[in-house]
Design a protein around this ligand. Structure first.
Ligand code: ATP
Length: 144
């Protein structure tokens, strides 16, 4: 009996389906969630979510958020998330360039802008790295 998995970002439903295991980048470490897992709530760091169903694995980038686990469902509320197969690398590279250029010009003491630009840089780097690593047909196993 699989576990249901829903990954929702601020602007859309990124994934919904059944899974045999969902691996989450919890802030306290990577967590493998199997069906009938005990309830828990965790924050997520920037990283990779793996959803395995019927021998197939789908990989998602997640730029922070929270996950709620119930025995029959894992719900991820992400600040931003995307399937690695749908990442537009040129867009992420343009976002990285914009963030780098703006960071070089940020006024001393403008902490809000600095933090926003650093977050944009981390999102774009995550997307670029994940697309490079996980689209090459290299799908690491859970034992890696
Ligand atoms: P950009 O400046 O290119 O919009 P961003 O990091 O500011 O990048 P977000 O605010 O994190 O974008 O995301 C807005 C929406 O666009 C989300 O649905 C996110 O999944 C999607 N998205 C952002 N960048 C990409 C990308 N490179 N490829 C595919 N979807 C993306």
């Amino acid at each position: 009996m699989p576990i249901r998995c829903e990954i929702v970002s601020q602007d859309r439903m990124v994934y919904q389906g059944e899974a045999d295991i969902v691996v989450l980048p919890g802030t306290a470490g990577e967590m493998g969630i199997l069906p009938h897992h005990a309830p828990l709530l965790t924050t997520l760091k920037y990283g990779i979510i793996r959803v395995r169903a019927r021998g197939e694995e789908q990989i998602f980038t997640v730029a922070g958020g929270v996950a709620e686990v119930q025995p029959e469902i894992v719900t991820v509320l992400a600040d931003a998330a995307e399937n690695v197969e749908e990442i537009d690398v040129a867009r992420a590279e343009a976002a990285r360039k914009r963030a780098e250029e703006a960071l070089a010009k940020v006024k001393p003491g403008d902490v809000d802008t600095l933090l926003a630009l650093e977050a944009a840089l981390r999102r774009s780097n995550l997307r670029i790295e994940a697309a490079k690593r996980f689209r090459a047909g290299k799908k690491p196993s859970y034992e890696e």
